[in-house]
Design a protein around this ligand. Structure first.
Ligand code: PLP
Length: 369
């Protein structure tokens, strides 16, 4: 047992049984997304009145919990997702982890959970990535996906915010989200279910939002679609998101390319990819707008040829073009079901930045090791 000095003062207790180099190589072949995990994880406990305790990096494995732990009953659970990338000089850097730390705390505040200091959030990531650096894949499109989460662990059945929490950080080597290349998806506009309502938890990355979305995702599958498109809860007309990703539309207006994404209303999840693409789009010479977009506008802009592309974006899959739209209000194709040039250009710009193949003019990359 050793206490290694690091920013977050995390005790480093290396696993007694790390995977051998051969085992690791075998597991990292076609890792897919979120199916394999590295040798270690970080846990940090919190007790009301005492604050955050000492973090420990230890062997990846099950977490023991009392069956009365309030997360299992009332669902105080939040998470994040960001990635670490191998850089051309052999170092490892992660993309905007400070933004994920801030959003984690915004989610925590909405669920009446304690905020986690950024030094612990980033420090835990540095400790885990450094320890498990052999698990960071190297090819463009590959990365080490970092999954921080916080759950309420107090054993108490009264309905109130828990007095005890656990922060956990795990890491999962991930391959190209689409091994066969980027393929446009078919989406189902959900008229039966909503993801988030004003005053609710739409802007928070909480587990419950995902639980509530699964039945709609299943319906989309039954309709022959890959993903669900969410509408606003009140008018059921304005487009909010696609599955667990933000969505963009590309217009051609008077010779100008305009990239439009739904404005943040409190019911949308403020994606870090979304924010990054708004900035990159402007640098690529496109006009970028945040505003409301209705289903009626989507349909007519396609029919009139004013809209040329639509794509979704998020950390896991980067950019996913939308090729076909199905709904009770009609079906339509976008760009003949093919990936468009704007989606392809933005995707390349973002991936080049993340993999260190383009200069980091925004200060978005944090060197880890
Ligand atoms: C995480 C998430 C996103 C994408 O956010 P990124 O920071 O870009 O990964 C979009 N929508 C929902 C509902 C999400 O949970």
């Amino acid at each position: 047992m050793s206490l290694t000095a690091n920013d977050a003062m995390i005790e480093i207790r290396p696993s007694a049984h790390p995977a051998s180099a051969e085992e690791r190589a075998a597991r990292m072949t076609n890792p897919g997304f979120g199916r394999i995990f590295t040798d270690h994880m970080v846990v940090v406990p919190y007790v009301e009145g005492k604050g955050w305790g000492k973090g420990v990096l230890k062997a990846y494995g099950p977490i023991e919990m009392d069956p009365a732990a309030s997360v299992l009953h009332y669902g105080q659970a939040i998470f994040e997702g960001f990635k670490a990338y191998k850089q051309p000089d052999g170092s490892i850097a992660s993309f905007r982890p400070d933004a994920n730390s801030r959003r984690f705390n915004a989610s925590a505040a909405r669920l009446a959970m304690p905020e986690l200091p950024e030094e612990i959030f980033i420090g835990a990531a540095k400790a885990l990535i450094s320890q498990d650096k052999a698990w960071v894949p190297g090819a463009v499109g590959e990365s080490l996906y970092m999954r921080p989460l916080m759950i309420a662990t107090e054993a108490a059945l009264g309905v109130r915010p828990s007095n005890e929490y656990l922060f956990v950080l795990l890491a999962s080597p991930s391959g190209a989200y689409f091994p066969a290349g980027v393929k446009p998806v078919t989406v189902w506009i959900s008229d039966d279910y909503v993801r988030a309502a004003p005053g609710g938890t739409g802007f928070a990355k909480c587990a419950g939002n995902y639980a509530a979305s699964l039945v709609a995702q299943r319906q989309a599958k039954e309709e022959g679609c890959d993903q669900v498109v969410w509408l606003d809860a009140i008018q059921r007309e304005y487009i909010e998101e696609m599955g667990g990703m933000n969505i963009f539309f590309v217009y051609q207006e008077k010779g100008e390319t305009v990239v439009v994404t739904p404005e943040l209303t409190g019911t949308l999840l403020p994606g870090i990819t979304r924010d990054s693409l708004l900035q990159l789009a402007r640098e690529q010479g496109f006009r970028a707008e945040e505003r409301k977009i209705s289903v009626a506008e989507w349909k007519s802009a396609i029919a009139e040829g004013r809209m040329t592309e639509a794509f979704a974006c998020g950390t896991a899959a980067v950019i996913t073009p939308v090729g076909h739209v199905k709904s009770r209000r009609g079906n339509w194709d976008i760009n003949k079901g093919e990936t468009g040039p704007v989606a392809a250009k933005l995707r390349e710009a973002l991936l080049n930045l993340q993999h260190g193949l383009a200069p980091d003019t925004h200060g978005w990359m944090t060197k880890i090791v």
